[in-house]
Design a protein around this ligand. Structure first.
Ligand code: PEP
Length: 247
């Protein structure tokens, strides 16, 4: 099995000064991490973070990528542009983009396809709302979201990262219990296994209020291969604790 991946999602936070201070502290704490580490930063800071992370063990990620190759798509950032800045990962289908920007399962699948075609690993987010969980629809929802990506990407699916992020746990301080998360991860693993003989190497991350206190128990689950970390990735000591829990 590949090592775990701990990826920070800074969301729309940061400044030149804050980013430099945060990365400096993280880098001084993770010289030789036993897991993979990445930070997904706002697009305007890609150049700054590329420079700060060069020759380090922390990889660079973006928070979105356009489904289009190039052209008249005002405001969008293409996969080729991300690659120019050494981007290794791009989050696609984050629930905040599905919710506030109307991204459909198909658009998310197209974004994953564009990233893969450009040599960028998409971190494909799936997850149910609280209403869907309460209605017993969790499995159906996450399987539908992942199926769209599998359908469009065929055998390339072995190159993606999946992030299970229950919407009700994101930024709320409510974390799925290790057992709740593991149950959904096992469903996603089985779906990936049915689609690809290489499914064993696909990392499935958990995301949703993961923090220094709960990371170890979540990461101990057999099908949890890392974390996508929002709020706690903005605090160097918390992010370092999570990295240690994964190592
Ligand atoms: C996220 O935004 O992907 C996330 C998991 O956020 P948080 O850790 O703050 O819940």
């Amino acid at each position: 099995m590949t090592s775990k991946l701990i990826a920070g999602n800074w969301k729309m936070n940061g400044s030149l000064a804050a980013n430099a201070a945060l990365l400096q502290t993280i880098l001084s704490g993770v010289r030789q991490p036993a897991c993979a580490v990445a930070v997904c930063v706002p697009a305007p800071y890609l150049a700054q973070c590329q420079a700060l992370l060069s020759e380090t063990s922390v990889e660079l990620g973006a928070q979105d990528v356009s489904a289009h190759e190039a052209g008249a798509y005002t405001g969008e950032v293409s996969a080729l542009m991300l690659r120019d800045f050494g981007v290794r990962y791009a989050i696609v289908g984050h629930s905040e983009r599905r919710q506030y920007h109307g991204e459909t399962d198909l658009v998310v699948a197209e974004k994953a396809q564009r990233a893969l075609a450009t040599g960028i690993t998409p971190i494909v987010c799936v997850g149910e709302t609280l209403a869907q969980r309460d209605a017993g629809l969790t499995e159906e929802v996450v399987k539908r979201q992942l199926a769209a990506v599998i359908h469009l990407n065929g055998h390339c699916i072995s190159e993606i990262v999946v992030a299970y992020e229950p919407v009700w746990a994101i930024g709320t301080g409510k974390t799925a219990t290790p057992e709740q998360a593991q149950a959904v991860h096992a469903v996603l693993r089985a779906q990936l296994q049915a689609a690809s003989t290489q499914a064993g190497r696909i990392r499935i991350l958990y995301g949703g209020s993961m923090n220094a206190a709960n990371a170890a128990s979540l990461l101990a689950q057999p099908d949890i291969d890392g974390g996508l970390i929002g709020g706690a990735s903005l605090k160097a000591t918390d992010f370092l604790s999570i990295i240690n829990a994964a190592s």
